[in-house]
Ligand binder design. Sequence first.
Ligand SMILES: NC(=O)c1ccc[n+]([C@@H]2O[C@H](COP(=O)([O-])OP(=O)(O)OC[C@H]3O[C@@H](n4cnc5c(N)ncnc54)[C@H](OP(=O)(O)O)[C@@H]3O)[C@@H](O)[C@H]2O)c1
Length: 245
Amino acid sequence: MMFKDYVAVVTGASRGIGYTTAKTLAKEGAHVFAIARTIGSLEALDDEIKEAGGEATLVPLDITDYDALDRLGGIIAEKYGKLDILIGNAATLGDITPISHLKPKVWQQLMDVNVTANYRLIRSLDPLLRAADNGRAVFIGSSNVARDPSPYWGGYATSKAALECLVKTYALEVEKSNLKVNIFNPGAIRTAMRARAVPGEDPSSLDTPADLMPLMLKICSPDFKDTGKVVDYRKFKNDENDFFF
Ligand SMILES: NC(=O)c1ccc[n+]([C@@H]2O[C@H](COP(=O)([O-])OP(=O)(O)OC[C@H]3O[C@@H](n4cnc5c(N)ncnc54)[C@H](OP(=O)(O)O)[C@@H]3O)[C@@H](O)[C@H]2O)c1
């Protein structure tokens, strides 16, 4: 088991990439704090983790409940005194529409969930990540819309571009510690979010969250020493010399 005695937080653990990541980390021995709003799906995750002999703490909350994110830091500090792995995965797609048509409420939700919640996680969990021997923080980016703008994707893309700046800045600030901080670009993956974004697409043509896991495990491992990078699944899959974007 790669992560025996590790403590991990995974946001957006109720489905898609977050669900599979939480399950995979728990199977490797980590105690996983699994965050999402959908209690039934978190319970299904818990059942799967228990069946595999792992352990999880379910944290049913809306990630825009920032006070709750502060309290989570306190709870983990009291019980474990450290956090080995943070996966900032939860996100919302908003609406694929011209920027001039994007509703203010949808824009605000994009920024609250995709950007501010990750800042609040960093703020709450930074001392615990630094207290781990080999802390690893991984935030899920986009495919490429954050740096290669596409019409109608402006709300989501802007939030992911902001996330990337936030994460790279944090990586620089902790450079002298053992904590490594990176962005993971999954590309197009067979999930509910992708189906909503590109409804005409044949889902069987897409890779699955499980396909991402070898790279996810690699960047969470103590052997992975890069920091401040955008790690690209498609480059990794294509065996390119380096898999940074
Ligand atoms: N799938 C792709 O093709 C693709 C491509 C590029 C990047 N990504 C990124 O990969 C990550 C995972 O996406 P996915 O495709 O797995 O999406 P998904 O299937 O829609 O899952 C999103 C997860 O985020 C959680 N979430 C959303 N809003 C939340 C809130 N306010 N509070 C708490 N949890 C919340 C959802 O849980 P609840 O609804 O239960 O709260 C769910 O578990 C995202 O950061 C996404 O931007 C995905």
